[in-house]
Design a protein around this ligand. Sequence first.
Ligand code: FAD
Ligand code: N01
Length: 539
Amino acid sequence: MTDVDAIVVGAGFSGLYTLHRLRELGLSAVVLERGSGVGGTWYWNRYPGARCDIESIDYCYSFSRELLEEWEWTERYATQPEILRYLEHVADRFDLRRDIRLGTTVTAATWEHEHWAVETDAGDTLTAQHLVLAVGNLTAVKRPDFAGLEEFEGDWYHTARWPGEGVDLRGRRVAVIGTGSTGIQAIPRIAAQAEHLVVFQRTPNYSMPAVNRPLDPAELRDAVAGYDERRRRARESDAGVPIAPPERAALDATPDERRAAYETGWRRGGINALSNAFTDLFTDAEANRTAQEFARSRIREVVRDPVVAEALCPSHTIGTKRTCVDIGYFETYNRENVELVDVRRSPIEAITARGVATADAEHPVDVIVFAIGFDAMTGALLEIDIRGRDGLALRDAWEAGPRTLLGVATAGFPNMFIVTGPGSPSVLSNMVVSIEQHVDWIADCIAHLRERGVAWIEAGEDAQDAWVEHVAALADATLYPEATSWYLGANIPGKPRVFMPYVAGCGAYRRECDEVAARGYEGFVLGTREAQATTGRRA
Ligand code: FAD
Ligand code: N01
């Protein structure tokens, strides 16, 4: 007899929906969450300018018609406080809080003969038949490891641990290190407040204009009225958004036609502004270069100082690192109080008592903002000491990189499910669409087991090997692995270089998952208490 049927780790979009679905199945479940509030990403990332890069109307749950109808998004791209309010509302509306333990970090989880024993930092141990890891892909922060940081006499912050009460930057000299999605959102807002801002850029990034605007209530009502069809298109799309896929190759178009297509995308704005223009942008380097050149030409048009403009021009394949979305990012470099330091030319050597020292100069500042990202996709999973069958440690099983079947399970760890794990398309998509699909698949799987009296399910080794190969082959047929991105673990020294996401899109992935379930969880091993393990087969 276990304490509960299921333990869920994490109370973001994934954990909240998992709890709701498990309760609908009649299971008892508890959610353990490190933060002192629900919301996950939107609880932790409170830096100035934080907002979603998928349109609010799509970056939300679809499981409840009433929820859709009662929640009114106010902007095309909602701010962090608004998304956090939404998730708090979800927790209240579905009465989730009574099963959520906040301020509780899971430190270890051990499979003990047909159940999981989960340890927390409070010294408690809880047992459950199922363990659902809803710990998020962008949760484990990359810690600043710059020499001399402890000598710094000013204040420093990681963007993903920004104080809830905010930071008053008026009259202060500020350094921002990092120009990924986070830095690109924060920099315009920090520049507007600080006396002086120095941006330390190692790799320039492509950024699409958000073209943000208030949402007209009538537009929102129309979108909600046609939501079933809107979401169906999103689910079947590659990126989890309801936009029509491109039909033509860039290299089949004339230069004028290409320019017109890119201009149209740019005016529409958003993360897919350029990447959705043509079919061959992710597979043909020459086609990709046409989109790159367009993006660089916009930077040169906006940034007045040509030396600064060149330093801001990226050269990697566009779209193969998460494309950024901004509100006035490049314009910020026309401000008198903003300076760009190219860290490639002049590396950061140390943090000093007074500021940031590069190979060329010391930049005196009062505040340092680290927008340096995350140990993505595997970081939060491997922070927990997870032990599966026969004491197998997840850290050992994944020493050469993560291995999963469908991104939801891993061999040697029975009844352990990962929401949006490595090997799934999640991080390349509108994550809420991916999260709902994963959670639904996991809940249906648990229902299947219980209906048949099956005690445990586990990814089969052979099927897992085949999935890992399949995911790698899909990626190798594209330009994705070329970029030194966090998709590949390239941002964390010593992390295995394995391309982790499934690149064939949400629609294709959903079909693969559904087929596995329809064939009685083909490739998984299912076991009952008395009988031997059986391989998943046609139901
Ligand atoms: P999270 O929201 O990360 O929640 C995981 C939770 O698990 C966290 O609260 C964490 O504290 C908890 N946790 C982890 N480990 C433990 C442990 N050991 N013990 C207890 N608790 C633990 N995606 C999009 O599709 N569109 C966007 O516009 C978008 N914007 C983003 C903006 C930012 C700034 C960031 C960082 C990410 C963004 N993402 C976006 C990705 C975003 O992470 C997902 O969309 C989504 O919020 C993930 O939800 P989740 O519940 O899976 O994970
Ligand atoms: O992190 P990142 P992020 N010295 O890893 C630099 C999502 N998100 O927090 O590229 C100097 O992308 C690093 O430089 P380089 C989204 O999925 C979405 O910005 O390694 N610089 C890079 O410039 C996103 O992809 C939104 O050379 C150092 C930056 O820090 C993901 O979260 C908003 C350095 C890190 O960029 C992560 O984004 C925010 C060092 N030692 C986040 N170490 C939306 O818009 C790192 N850098 C919705």
